[in-house]
Design a protein around this ligand. Structure first.
Ligand SMILES: Cc1cc2nc3c(=O)[nH]c(=O)nc-3n(C[C@H](O)[C@H](O)[C@H](O)COP(=O)(O)OP(=O)(O)OC[C@H]3O[C@@H](n4cnc5c(N)ncnc54)[C@H](O)[C@@H]3O)c2cc1C
Length: 510
């Protein structure tokens, strides 16, 4: 694979200098920035506006032990069970033990968590949790309220520059150390030199035809880190959310019907109106996501339906409007009053459990290159993420990343190695190739997989990658296509290698 997608004269590019560059302004990027030493000059980049992230869309909430009835040991146990035994136990201990402290920090920052009538944090339950432990804001607008609060604080810090519409193309390295990034903004390419680069670019949902992730979730940071020589792990573990609203938009983005709806009593029914989770798992409708997803997929085949339903008509309109204002209004826009009608749902790509391999301080195998949030693989999710553990991971490991950078300042290297390659002028049809990859991933790297299909998919994606590897990337969309192809290849390669049936990786031939 080529090392860089930028292929011009780097020496002529404008240069800017920072102590820390964070690529991504979701909760991982923002929380990392806010935990940095205020003396460090930091740029936080996002490829679009700050609202266009998975963090902004997060509904259900953040899992953490915040009540006397709950214990870190229980949260640890639930996480390990959901992860199908493949979680990294040290990382999970850090997550569950340190998480409540980060919730305290969010409260101190005035994140507007919903409170009970007694004035305590209101906590709810989601799939796979044996206790109520999900804190939330604005009913089902946890992500939006948290991002708004963190971004408002970041914008007042003189050491932090929040830069929107700045697109990461490449990570620069010098003698196996991070040296900065090459980015493109409205004025063209520029180099941002920094000894500390933090990748917080979120998920990879746009590799699949249907996803809850926003249009920008093309895996740019993971692909750039791979090109720079970073190691990935667990890429085969893709979480398909069981309940997205059955009406994707043109980009393939589907609106999420949060698990919290089932946490509040919602039940699944097939198109004939039958409940089908009984006997599938002791936790029935609140079983871990991979189990519910497969049960729905089976039910759709059995009934020849394109969807199943979530039935929350047991709750009053008054309750639902208050508890799930975003979901209530979105469904209403599509003519469904969820207090009276069932919600049509289907499983779609939702989350990447794997990513760039990092240690307990979010460090990669490249000195000075850190990864936080969904792009990282800390090992806390194993083969299947426990609901609402991802925002917690963004914070716990984002703070740890910042603390490590605060303690270990690296000297900046300006002698990054950069080499041009000979490229071809090409007329590849980007839209068509994107669709092709997304289709391959649904068919061969989707909910149910088998060795033959995975190998075929890998070969097909490999062919596309070879074509892209030698072209001149003239647009942002063409770089995103290359990144999608790199990520699809990494997922399929890992899925071929894991010839067993575990967690979200369901091999029908194993
Ligand atoms: C609909 C939905 C609901 C969810 N609900 C929950 C929930 O209730 N609880 C929970 O724990 N988790 C939830 N999740 C998962 C969770 O929201 C994500 O895992 C988490 O927000 C990821 O945060 P992040 O900061 O890593 O990435 P994101 O929030 O996705 O941010 C990525 C950032 O990277 C930037 N970026 C990407 N590529 C580039 C590039 N090339 N150049 C510059 N910038 C770039 C983007 O612009 C963006 O600012 C949900 C996810 C979705 C999609």
């Amino acid at each position: 694979m080529r090392r860089y997608v930028f292929n011009g004269n780097i020496e002529t590019l404008k240069r800017e200098y920072y102590d820390v560059i964070i690529v991504g302004s979701g909760i991982a990027g923002l929380y990392t920035a806010l935990n940095l030493d205020k003396k460090l000059r930091c740029a936080v980049l996002s490829k679009a506006e700050i609202e266009k992230s998975s963090s902004w869309l997060a509904q259900g909430g953040i899992a953490a032990v915040v009540s006397k009835e709950d214990k870190a040991q229980c949260h640890f146990h639930d996480t390990i069970v959901a992860g199908a035994g493949l979680c990294d136990e040290e990382s999970v201990k850090v997550l569950v033990n340190e998480g409540p402290g980060d919730i305290q920090q969010l409260m101190a920052m005035n994140v507007p968590f919903d409170l009970s009538e007694e004035g305590d944090l209101h906590i709810t339950r989601e799939g796979g949790h044996t206790r109520n432990r999900i804190v939330h804001c604005g009913g089902d607008a946890t992500g939006r309220e948290t991002v708004k609060t963190l971004a408002a604080i970041a914008s007042t810090r003189s050491n932090i520059s929040l830069l929107e519409n700045v697109f990461l193309s490449d990570i620069l390295t010098s003698q196996d150390k991070a040296a900065g990034v090459i980015v493109a903004d409205k004025d063209g390419y520029k180099v941002m030199v920094s000894p500390n680069v933090v990748i917080s670019t979120g998920g990879i949902g746009q590799v699949y035809a249907h996803t809850t992730n926003p249009i920008g979730a093309t895996g740019d940071g993971i692909a750039a880190a791979l090109r720079a020589g970073a190691n990935v792990r667990n890429m085969e573990f893709i979480q398909f959310h069981p309940t997205a609203f059955y009406k994707p938009d043109e980009s393939g983005q589907s609106f999420l019907i949060s698990e919290a709806v089932r946490g509040e009593g919602g039940i699944l029914r097939n198109i004939q109106g039958e409940c089908f989770m009984k006997g599938k798992h002791p936790m029935k409708d609140l079983a871990p996501r991979d189990i519910v997803t497969r049960a729905i997929a089976e039910e759709m085949i059995k009934t020849n339906g394109k969807y199943v339903f979530v039935d929350i008509t047991s709750k009053s309109e008054e309750f639902l409007v208050k508890r799930f204002p975003t979901i209530f209004n979105e469904c209403k826009k599509h003519g469904i009053n969820i207090s009276k009608q069932w919600i049509p749902v289907y499983p779609v790509q939702h989350y990447l459990m794997g990513g760039i391999a990092v240690n307990l301080h979010s460090m990669t195998n490249i000195k000075g290159l850190y990864v936080t949030g969904e792009s990282s693989c800390t090992g806390v999710h194993g083969a299947n993420r426990l609901a609402s553990n991802s925002l917690l991971e963004c914070m716990v490991f984002g703070r740890r990343c910042a603390q490590h950078i605060n303690k270990n300042k690296h000297e900046a290297s300006y002698d990054y190695k950069f080499q041009n390659i000979t490229v071809e002028n090409s007329n590849l049809d980007i839209t068509h190739l994107k669709k092709t990859i997304k289709h391959i991933m649904v068919q061969k790297g989707g909910i149910a997989r088998n060795g033959t299909g995975l190998r075929e998919g890998l070969e097909q994606v490999g062919g596309i990658l070879n074509d892209l590897n030698i072209i001149e990337f003239k647009t942002r969309e063409s770089i995103e296509l290359f990144n999608i192809a790199i990520i699809a290849g990494a997922i399929l390669e890992a899925a071929v290698a894991r010839n067993s049936n575990v967690g979200a990786h369901f091999r029908m031939d194993a």
